[in-house]
Design a protein around this ligand. Structure first.
Ligand code: SF4
Length: 329
């Protein structure tokens, strides 16, 4: 019989954790969250936010506790002088128009890299080009980009196969733009097929897929083949987060899990592993990554190594009205 009082604690199995860098918050997400926080600090609660400011439940819940009120449409907001903030994903042109009609104090937290895609689409349209948008139907960024132009000006392409049936009005007058948070590899395939089929097609000078999406996918590609399992921290409705799980699986890691936070970890997936990769989507706060590492540390003797494939220094200033107030203080 074991003497419980004197039994030595059972040693935890070792676990090597490869922590992806860059991971987590990008410059557009930092700007969007700070826009809400600064608006609350300067103008007080409530501050209305159309759609989740970024796709992360933890972020949204913590802003709610500070006085942010999240709505899906402007008609859910009463007549008010409180700030009304548009999310990082961008909005169709009809939304600022409606906000103006209702005399709302609108603050636009659209990521500048999404706005860049909006401007590209507008330029193509002005030049009379039919526009293809590579992206995922229904994602708010896609809805926002399509809504920059009159109905029918933009055709959405989700999959390579859809190109087979696409007949342009004029093959010599065609352009494409993309969602910012797509799979780099899938998109490269679609763009290559587009260029092969329509050699005169106009595209972006620099990729529309943003630096943060590209960098987070690249480090996962490096780490995934070296580990027994991967954890991607982030929300299932976050496009760039979903892509990270796909990238991990395609890079050879068959046990990849996307979790909001540590409480969602399905431990049956992580039995008998000796190595684990961890990353986080662009809208997932670092505290949730730390929580996941701590959860593994309760079960394993964890040794963490950071794998860095890019350094990031991108910074986007806040919307002008918040900067002006800053200067006046
Ligand atoms: S993921 Fe890219 S496009 Fe989206 S908010 Fe971040 S930097 Fe901007």
């Amino acid at each position: 019989m074991t003497d419980v009082a004197t039994a030595a604690p059972r040693a935890k199995p070792p676990l090597k954790v490869l922590l992806c860098s860059p991971r987590g918050f990008c410059a557009g997400v930092v700007r969007a969250i700070e826009t809400v926080e600064q608006a609350l600090a300067r103008f007080g609660a409530p501050v209305y936010v159309r759609h989740e400011i970024v796709h992360n439940r933890y972020v949204v819940e913590s802003l709610k506790r500070k006085g942010a009120v999240f709505v899906e449409e402007l008609d859910e907001i009463p007549d008010t002088r409180a700030p009304v903030i548009f999310s990082a994903h961008g909005v169709p042109k009809s939304i600022p128009d409606e906000a103006k009609k209702r005399n709302f104090f609108a603050l636009d937290a659209t990521c500048p890299l999404v706005t860049k895609v909006h401007r590209e689409a507008e330029i193509h349209h002005k030049r009379g080009r039919q526009i293809l948008l590579i992206g995922h139907a229904g994602h708010p960024e896609v809805v926002g980009t399509i809504g920059q132009l009159p109905p029918g000006a933009i055709t959405l392409i989700e999959e390579l196969e859809e190109l087979e049936h696409f007949v342009p009005r004029d093959p010599a007058n065609l352009a494409y733009v993309t969602q910012t948070t797509l799979s780099v590899d899938d998109t490269a395939g679609i763009v290559a097929a587009l260029k092969a089929k329509f050699p005169q097609i106009h595209g972006p000078h620099k990729e529309d897929i943003c630096y943060a999406t590209t960098n987070r996918q690249e480090v996962v590609k490096q780490v995934a083949p070296r580990v027994d399992a991967m954890v991607v921290v982030g929300s299932p409705n976050s496009s760039n987060t979903q892509r990270l799980k796909e990238v991990a699986e395609r890079a050879g890691c068959s046990r990849a899990a996307l979790v909001n936070r540590a409480a969602d970890l399905d431990w049956s997936m992580f039995g008998g592993i000796a190595s684990l990769g961890i990353t986080a989507g662009a809208s997932a706060p670092e505290v949730l990554v730390e929580e996941v590492i701590a959860a593994f540390a309760e079960r394993y003797d964890v040794e963490v190594e950071t794998v860095t494939t890019a350094e990031e220094s991108m910074f986007f200033p806040l919307p002008r009205v918040l900067r002006e107030n800053e200067a006046a203080e």
